[in-house]
Design a protein around this ligand. Structure first.
Ligand code: ADP
Length: 768
């Protein structure tokens, strides 16, 4: 083959033809059509090369690259508008050495570009890596067509591979041109390698971007589809979202504070994305029911006139003058301040004295709703503050529960038995209660279940307790204590006649004319069937009487029943308590009756002592607190040091063991007050002289035999009175407290005020 050959030149816009490849393109310029004509007349070969600037129409030999490809015309198709579609096949690369214009076209004198082969190992290495990359490209599903990758894969000649790759790769014309001009095979392979690598990288990036975009679209689409599906499911099941719409309306109309409403709507939207049968759906449903059932702004109006409020209090409770007076003051202040910073009332007293019922009267007096919550045995903070709704079956705490029951945001809320809360590992309920009762915090009380703040600031809290001892100090600090003491039998009788009997008659469905309980029968019930500070058992006994009466009246044969002292046994069975003038059956040696003040009111307390042969040990059993034990030791020491006065041989103490026992179960609130009772029983045991059964006593003893004052005199006096004791020894310093003791009790009990224990012995022990 001659070194130089002439071919008509065809300038291509933006395309480069490589040997061993076929390319189709359209031509329309006159100069191009002339070249094609020339070629078809002279062996169908053309020299094609790219224009440096593809948009240029009129070109000179300066405007084209010198390197191009000699091609064979494979097909010519005429197109409308004097255009031709050519299909050409590249034969070899060539450089135009000279270009001349001849008969309206360019004729190029070209020289073949012969590849320069180098180190075969290096060539092979590039060749192989290129093929590897190609595999990745194929698997990445990129822009290289399947045919292209297949052809490349099949190709075993490095030169041919470079041509094919350059043909198929989507690269710039300049890059293609560079590949075309490159003479050394290894350089061409190197370039192909790099281009393939770039291609792979671009493909990966594209994929990544595509995935990200798709993900975004997918998410929106998915949600849309799911919602549509859910709608379809709902309508298939017959519940076409009406429930949710209804809930939404209710939430919006409920008048919740912003935070609560937003929370409710958020949960509703979560719910709308769930299937109605899913457990979570139900959890949210229950939650929303709570939110909707709770009062958020509903409020009752307080009774206008204070006088009307006071009337309610008067009507519903007998006696309790001081307490009613205090409550009246409280209500008056409450009306003025609107409840801001009002102290929390705490009613303290034995069971059944009317603490709960007076609290509910306060609610009625004010015209407010009343809710009661017992704190007895509450150990877990969650009972006050609720469980998170993530727990199965969780619920709001008792406070929120109470508010739901109340149905208004300003009820009277009774926290019963506040002295009975205890704490364990699960948190201290007292802390939660503090938050509830603290005006600085309770406007935003946070129940764990609700998860939104609830306003308790308009609630009027009242608490009750049997004893102040076990109330945590910070709670006690917040409260104003109002003490209710036990009732005398006379007061109980009045309460029974005016309140309990009518109440029980009614609750058992009896008419006023159908039952009569005589005054003496009432006294007999109090005396023989109850032993309490309050009137709870009395209420129960009256209830029992009314029930029996209802049975008797059931047949209609009898029109009226009369309950008298004589026939009382028919209704209540045998008497339970005998008042035979003392806690002891007879005058006894080594036993004495004390009076104790306990959380359930006053009670009698029999102390037993036995002195037996031994080594001078002291044994203490029964319910004895540490304070009582110390009193016992003080009493023994006093008697030992004054043994001569009472005719006891002082050596006896070393040979005698003393056993002191307190059989009554009740734990006294004031331990040391049993001091003189123990001393009396001990002296009686040593002297073998009996203690009078009709006497009871209370007083603390010192080592030198002084009698110190005690607390709870009124309760103790009432207890002595209930038991039928007529003589009561009290410390001289307590004489002033006798004023508090009801007149009827004062009139029937002989109070003996003493300042030293010797006087106790002389009054209580026969023959001293
Ligand atoms: P507490 O809460 O102190 O244990 P409650 O309030 O339950 O006592 O009272 C027990 C019963 O006795 C109630 O039916 C109550 O109405 C009645 N009661 C107690 N004190 C009086 C009183 N002073 N007047 C009228 N009823 C009373």
């Amino acid at each position: 083959m001659p070194k130089f050959q002439d071919f008509p030149l065809l300038a291509l816009r933006g395309r480069v033809v490589f040997p061993n490849t076929t390319l189709s393109f359209d031509v329309g310029r006159v100069i191009s059509l002339t070249a094609v004509k020339y070629a078809t007349d002279n062996g169908s070969r053309l020299f094609v090369c790219a224009q440096k600037q593809s948009e240029k129409d009129d070109i000179t030999d300066e405007d084209i690259y010198t390197a191009g490809t000699v091609v064979k015309l494979r097909q010519i198709t005429r197109l409308p508008g004097n255009n031709l579609r050519l299909t050409v096949e590249g034969i070899f690369r060539a450089t135009a050495r000279q270009v001349r214009k001849e008969n309206g076209t360019f004729i190029a004198t070209v020289e073949e570009i012969v590849p320069v082969r180098g180190d075969p190992a290096l060539e092979e290495a590039y060749f192989r890596t290129s093929k590897e990359i190609l595999k990745d490209i194929t698997s990445t599903d990129g822009k290289l067509s399947k045919e292209a990758t297949a052809a490349l894969d099949k190709c075993s000649d490095p030169e041919e591979f470079a041509n094919l790759a350059a043909h198929h790769l989507q690269i710039k014309t300049a890059q293609k041109q560079e590949l075309l001009e490159c003479v050394r095979t290894v350089d061409r392979l190197k370039q192909v390698d790099k281009l393939l690598n770039d291609e792979l990288e671009i493909m990966r990036l594209e994929r990544k971007i595509n995935a990200a975009v798709r993900q975004n679209i997918d998410k929106n689409q998915k949600e849309y589809f799911l919602r549509e599906q859910l709608k379809a499911i709902h309508s298939e099941l017959g519940d076409d979202g009406e429930e949710l719409d209804e809930l939404e309306e209710k939430i919006k109309a409920k008048g919740m504070p912003d935070e609560a409403r937003e929370k409710a709507l958020k949960e509703l939207s979560r719910m709308s994305r769930m299937q109605t049968s899913s457990p979570d759906y139900n959890v949210l449903r229950v939650y929303l029911d709570w939110m909707l059932d709770l009062p958020w702004h509903e409020q009752t109006n307080d009774t206008e006139k204070l006088a009307d409020a006071v009337k309610v209090l008067e009507e519903e409770h007998y006696g309790l003058e001081k307490i009613k007076e205090r409550i009246t003051e409280y209500l008056a202040v409450l009306k003025r301040t609107g409840g801001m910073n009002a102290p929390i009332l705490c009613f303290v007293g034995p069971p059944g004295v009317g603490k709960t019922s007076i609290a509910s009267s306060v609610a009625r007096a004010l015209g407010r709703k009343f809710v009661r919550m017992s704190l007895g045995g509450v150990k877990d903070e969650a009972e006050i503050r609720g469980h998170r709704k993530t727990y199965v079956g969780s619920m709001p705490g008792r406070i929120i529960n109470g508010m739901k029951k109340a149905g208004s945001i300003n009820p009277v809320f009774l926290l019963d038995e506040i002295d009975k809360i205890s704490s364990d590992l699960r948190g201290d309920p007292a802390d939660a209660l503090l938050e509830v009762l603290d005006p600085a915090q309770n406007a935003t009380f946070l129940d764990r279940y609700l998860e939104v703040a609830y306003d308790l600031s308009k609630v009027l809290f009242i608490t009750t307790a049997n004893s102040l001892e076990t109330i945590p100090a910070p709670l006690l600090d917040r409260m104003e204590i109002i003490e209710l003491t036990g009732y005398t039998p006379e007061e109980k009788a009045e309460i029974a006649k005016r309140y309990l009997i009518p109440k029980k008659r009614e609750s058992n469905g009896l008419k006023a004319g159908e039952i009569a309980i005589s005054d003496r029968a009432v006294d007999a019930i109090i005396d023989g069937y109850t032993m309490e500070a309050g009137v709870r058992s009395l209420e129960r006994r009256i209830d029992a009487v009314c029930r029996k009466a209802a049975v008797k009246l059931a047949d209609g044969e009898i029109k009226k029943v009369s309950v008298t002292e004589r026939n009382l046994q028919d209704y209540l069975g045998a008497k339970r308590y005998e008042r035979d003038g003392g806690a002891l059956k007879n005058d006894e040696v080594g036993a004495a009756t004390g009076l104790a003040w306990t959380s359930v009111g006053g009670t009698t307390l029999t102390i037993e002592v036995s002195a037996m042969h031994g080594k001078g040990d002291i044994m203490l059993t029964g319910k004895l607190g540490d304070v009582m034990k110390e009193s016992a030791r003080a009493a023994i020491s006093y008697i030992r040091s004054n043994s001569a006065t009472y005719g006891i041989d002082s050596s006896v103490f070393e040979k005698t063991d003393i056993h002191i026992h307190v059989p009554e179960g009740a734990t006294p609130k004031d331990g040391p007050s049993a001091g003189i009772t123990m001393a009396t029983a001990i002296l009686s045991a040593f002297t073998k002289k009996s203690v009078k059964k009709s006497i009871a006593m209370t007083g603390e003893i010192t080592l030198r035999g002084k009698v110190l004052p005690i607390g709870g005199l009124k309760e103790k006096a009432l207890a002595a009175y209930r038991t039928g004791i007529r003589d009561v020894i009290i410390p001289a310093d307590n004489k002033k407290d006798l004023e508090e003791v009801p007149k009827s009790v004062r009139e029937s009990i002989n109070f003996i005020a003493v300042s030293d224990v010797d006087a106790v012995f002389r009054n209580a022990i026969n023959g001293i």
